[in-house]
Design a protein around this ligand. Structure first.
Ligand SMILES: [Zn+2]
Length: 423
């Protein structure tokens, strides 16, 4: 502050002349529903959004601080940093051989019989060192940032032993310390039954609820607890026990629900107060109703449907019409969705799930934030929220899912700092 001119106000970042500033804020109501400000401007101070409005109404008192930066966004779109609400970030190995076998007509069971499938990733992840997993995770985070993603949810679940699940969660913690990406960690020890417990379900359940969940909570390495609720994985009753135990230890519930069959997973999500129910290809009418009533966000994963050529899609339109908040995520994992590209998922949300561009933008910003209990900090450009901002070289918001498979990211800002620049 200049003492001779006390009305000046120092800010750290000014982005102005923005053709379309998508605030996603209810304070800026207009016809698109995305809170669009034309010829917009945004200023940032101390990592938070300080002012949002039209460029010609920006207060004259704003001046840049010593290390401040100003950007001109003529002809461009600015929006909140993207949020990937469902990833399996940490794993070793890859399964491109399986991909080829599937193209040639082999079934899931054939592939598992030849040593493929999820348990092959568990083997590779158990064998990998902390450093190897860290370096693989870092590369994936770098790719995500280059797509405009500033926060992700990340699940463990390829360890399936106390030691290996802790290794994965500690890799995430170490990545959080060195990488600008905000990582919200989820414990998914109930991903599948490890092979050494194949004939001892109840002993693995005991390990989960008596040892793994308490240890994960004690170490403070996860915020959420997730379960793969499915006939072939964990039953409704087992899932409920896992999620209730997690809650007792302060882990918030999430659930992989109704992916392969209508198993009552969405209803369970509502019953236990889950923040999200994910997948939902076979969600029931009652499940949709209950999710709407209890405010459970639906996290849909078009990449998995696309990659596995599954024709049964989740009823996104029906959920939206019944008042369920819908998020879209990559489901990044080596078996069914090997991608870090959230913008590509937005296009798939449009073409496969019949969501309109406005809806896939909400699905990867404010609704994604809600699914991770972060809607007060991120997901919209409101004054006081974290300054996670994305500058895109596109003329309007509909262009983002429309021109697919290429990068439109120009600048990515996390907590007020530039963390990625294209070119
Ligand atoms: Zn998943």
């Amino acid at each position: 502050m200049n003492p001779s001119n006390p009305v000046l106000c120092e800010v750290d970042l000014i982005v102005k002349n923005i053709s379309e500033l998508l605030t996603l804020s209810p304070s800026f109501k207009e016809e698109s529903g995305l809170g669009v400000i034309r010829n917009g401007a945004i200023t940032v101070k101390e990592g938070k959004i300080f002012w949002v409005g039209q460029t010609d109404q920006m207060p004259k008192e704003f001046v840049l601080g010593q290390y401040g930066q100003e950007m001109n966004a003529t002809g461009k779109v600015v929006m909140p940093g993207l949020i990937d609400s469902h990833t399996h970030l940490i794993f070793a190995g890859s399964r491109e051989g399986e991909f080829e076998q599937r193209i040639q007509g082999l079934s899931y069971l054939d592939i598992a019989g030849r040593g493929g499938g999820i348990l092959s990733t568990v083997d590779a992840t158990r064998k990998a060192s902390f450093e190897e997993l860290f370096s693989l995770g870092k590369k994936r985070l770098d790719r995500m940032i280059s797509k405009g993603v500033t926060t992700i949810e990340a699940k463990s679940g390829y360890g399936l032993s106390l030691r290996d699940e802790m290794k994965i969660l500690k890799v995430m913690k170490a990545l959080r310390e060195i990488h600008p990406m905000e990582i919200v960690p989820t414990f998914l020890g109930a991903h599948t039954l490890p092979k050494e417990f194949r004939n001892e379900r109840s002993r693995y359940m005991d390990l989960l609820v008596e040892e793994m969940i308490p240890e994960v909570a004690r170490e403070g390495v996860a915020e959420f607890c997730d379960v793969f609720c499915e006939e072939k994985a964990f039953t409704l009753e087992e899932s409920k026990k896992i999620l209730e135990t997690g809650k007792r230890y302060g882990l918030k519930p999430k659930i992989h629900a109704d992916q392969l069959s209508p198993g009552g997973g969405a209803e369970l999500a509502a019953e236990v107060g889950a923040f999200s129910a994910d997948h939902l290809e076979y969600v029931s009418q009652e499940g949709i109703q209950k999710m709407a009533e209890e405010g459970v966000t639906a996290v849909l994963l078009p990449g998995a449907s696309f990659f596995l050529s599954v024709k049964k899609y989740p009823p996104a339109r029906e959920m939206i019409e019944k008042g369920v908040l819908v998020s879209i995520a990559t489901d990044l994992n080596p078996g069914s969705s090997m991608t870090e590209s959230l913008p590509l998922m937005m296009t798939m949300g449009c073409t496969m799930f019949k969501m309109i561009p406005k809806e896939v933008i909400e699905a990867t910003t404010i609704h994604a934030a809600k699914s991770m209990d972060r809607e007060k900090e991120i997901g919209s450009l409101d004054v006081g929220k974290q300054a996670d901002i994305l500058l895109l070289d596109i003329p309007g918001y509909r262009y983002l899912p429309y021109h697919f498979g290429v990068d439109h990211t120009e600048v990515v800002i996390k907590k007020g700092k530039i963390v990625y620049k294209n070119k």
